[in-house]
Design a protein around this ligand. Structure first.
Ligand SMILES: [Zn+2]
Ligand SMILES: [Zn+2]
Length: 365
């Protein structure tokens, strides 16, 4: 038995998604079949097009209803609603220690286009294709995923509210609350006011951080950052960021989060730190000969510079907390969401690139 599904298939890294009929294998013992209601669109879906074998079914922020479960599954049953979060193996030392976000197998589980054993759960025209992207490939009406990667959802939530949070929002909020553990004694600068950056702003506001400075080049996004709790905004086009940050906070700030992958922003994110401060970044900075970077800068600030993986967040506890905070009006991430019909997936990516949509979410049903 297989399940027929409609998936958005990409054949070429620079090409468009095309709707195709595909077939999904039945769930294995530790897997579940989910009817996807919605899937978030994340920058990683765009970046991954360079590294995932093609043709491929991408998508890694799925949510939906469990339709079938494997023989060893006991946390969920058919009819349950779930959010599908990031994958982990569950058995490596980091997973056993409760740090699944730095699972030893995170990269193959996310980007190999296969299960860990090399098999692929999706076939198209009789041939298996690159799938199991983040062990979910959620740009599809159905997904095969691992039981351990899903968060069961209770209560009445719209699909877009569930699909918006398992990657970018988790990363931004988690960076501030889990990785930095920022609080009222700390200052924070957030570079880039996209989904990750604005989630960090909301979390910083919630944690009482001050000053809370947002940096971007798009005025609309900066204004939204102010509405979401930033105390200051700086337009990076006006230059000299580190000095302007020191005009606001003469010692520099304890924490900075760089979400734009811009090389100059990365340098400013270290330069603006107070002694012993921490800079977190979520994507590789674009450094080249025009933006020379010296490790001396880290030394001169006695700084820690770290890659922030998925906001050091444990989905089963952190995602329900984000939803609860939202319902209390304390974490209004609904303001970032723009919904699209699944068939408009190419438009959603275009709008994301153009900065028109902060958090695009595709609706499958
Ligand atoms: Zn692991
Ligand atoms: Zn993502």
């Amino acid at each position: 038995m297989t399940t027929k599904a409609t998936a958005a298939v990409i054949r070429d890294p620079k090409g468009q998604f095309e709707m195709e009929t595909v077939e999904l294998e039945d769930p294995r013992a530790d897997e579940i079949l989910v009817r996807i209601e919605a899937s978030g669109v994340c920058h990683t879906d765009a970046k991954a097009q360079e590294r995932v074998p093609m043709p491929a079914v991408l998508g890694h922020e799925g949510t939906g209803v469990v339709e079938a479960v494997g023989s060893a599954v006991n946390r969920v049953k058919p009819g349950d609603r779930v959010i599908i979060s990031y994958p982990s193996c569950g058995t490596c030392p980091n997973c056993v220690e409760g740090k699944a976000y730095i699972c030893d197998h995170a990269f193959p589980l996310s980007f190999a286009g296969t299960r860990l054993d090399g098999s692929k759960p999706i076939t198209m025209n009789g041939e298996s294709i690159s799938s199991a992207f983040f062990q979910q490939s959620s740009f599809s009406t159905h997904s095969i995923t691992l039981e351990r990667d899903v968060v069961p959802v209770k209560g009445d939530h719209s699909p877009e509210m569930l699909a918006a949070i398992p990657c970018g929002v988790l990363t931004g909020a988690g960076a501030v609350l889990n990785t930095f553990k920022a609080g009222p004694k700390h200052g924070l600068v957030v570079f880039g006011a996209g989904a990750v950056g604005l989630s960090a702003v909301m979390a910083g506001h919630l944690a009482g951080v001050s000053p809370l400075i947002a940096v971007d080049i798009v005025e609309d996004r900066l204004n939204l950052a102010l509405e979401l709790g930033a105390t200051h905004m700086l337009n990076a086009k006006e230059g000299d960021l580190a000095n302007r940050i020191r005009e606001i906070s003469p010692r520099g700030v304890q924490f900075s989060l760089e979400t734009s992958s811009n090389g100059q922003a990365f340098i400013a994110a270290i330069d603006c730190l107070s002694m012993g401060g921490q800079c977190g970044f979520v994507g590789a900075p674009n450094l080249d000969e025009k933006t020379p970077f010296s490790p001396q800068l880290i030394l001169s600030r006695a700084a820690s510079v770290r890659f922030v993986v998925l906001g050091s967040g444990i989905p089963n506890t952190f995602l329900p907390r984000i939803m609860e905070l939202n319902q209390q009006g304390l974490f209004p991430y609904d303001r970032l969401i723009k919904t699209y019909d699944f068939s408009d997936i190419n438009k959603a990516f275009e709008d994301s690139h153009a900065g028109v949509a902060i958090k695009p979410v595709l609706l499958m049903s």
